[in-house]
Design a protein around this ligand. Sequence first.
Ligand SMILES: Nc1ncnc2c1ncn2[C@@H]1O[C@H](COP(=O)(O)OP(=O)(O)OP(=O)(O)O)[C@@H](O)[C@H]1O
Ligand SMILES: [Mg+2]
Length: 276
Amino acid sequence: MNHPPDPPQDPLPPPFTHNQPTPTLLTQGAEALLYRTHFLTPSHPCALKYRPSKPYRHPILDKRLTRHRILSEARTLVKCRREGVSVPGVLALDAEGDGASGGWMMMEWIEGRTVREVLIEGAKRRKDDRDEGVGEEWEEGMRLMMGKIGRVVGRMHEVGVCHGDLTTSNMMLRPLDKVQQNGEATNGEHVRRFGEILQGDIVLIDFGLAGQSLQDEDKAVDLYVLERAFGSTHPEAEEGFQEVLRIYGDSYKGAKVVLKRLEEVRMRGRKRSMLG
Ligand SMILES: Nc1ncnc2c1ncn2[C@@H]1O[C@H](COP(=O)(O)OP(=O)(O)OP(=O)(O)O)[C@@H](O)[C@H]1O
Ligand SMILES: [Mg+2]
């Protein structure tokens, strides 16, 4: 179970102070707070990324940094969106903030869960559930999901964007529409078949550290970070990572060179860990 984070110390800036219902805090990272709220009408959910000002930083430097992060994340999201990389759409932002309060960016709400959460639940259910055929269903689901990850990362690199923090927490699995699932009842966890938790589209999020890059090295480092994320937190999914690389390698011209480069990045990583 995820425990709800502590309430934030900083109240939200205007115009979010009078929002009814009040925004719900989802996560509190080192730099940003993530809320679920709504855009224009309560029936239109959205995600609000708020970067409060840091009292320990020099006010001018602090404002400049916040502004830079918000604009750079928004620009990258807009570019990805335009180029057909699956990311949340940007709805609104205030990079300047109001006095000492920091800045924010509002984006499309993505239904579903992070890939990390899905893999953790899957591992748990696999342990509890010894039904026949479950293993095959899971493996097939994993293969498909890994392939989708390879494709979306490939498309992002093809358009010249490097993510900078490509982990399983920074990609979401958005379930398919109920209509697409043949109208079968899918509400209620227990109704869903085992492999279904792996179905859906991959949406990349958290472009706070992203940059425009055409360098093979930067792309290879993205893949290396992702490989490490799979290897360290989801060892059972490590094998499946080959499928990410296989589909990635076929996804754009130049991808094979990046895979070659990945081997070098791995070697350097290994040397570094030997030196401690
Ligand atoms: N558009 C969205 N729709 C739904 N949930 C989201 C959305 N964006 C983020 N989330 C959820 O909020 C969590 C934190 O978001 P994000 O990764 O962008 O912030 P962060 O890691 O705190 O940011 P940063 O690393 O830039 O300081 C995500 O892991 C995800 O669960
Ligand atoms: Mg994140």
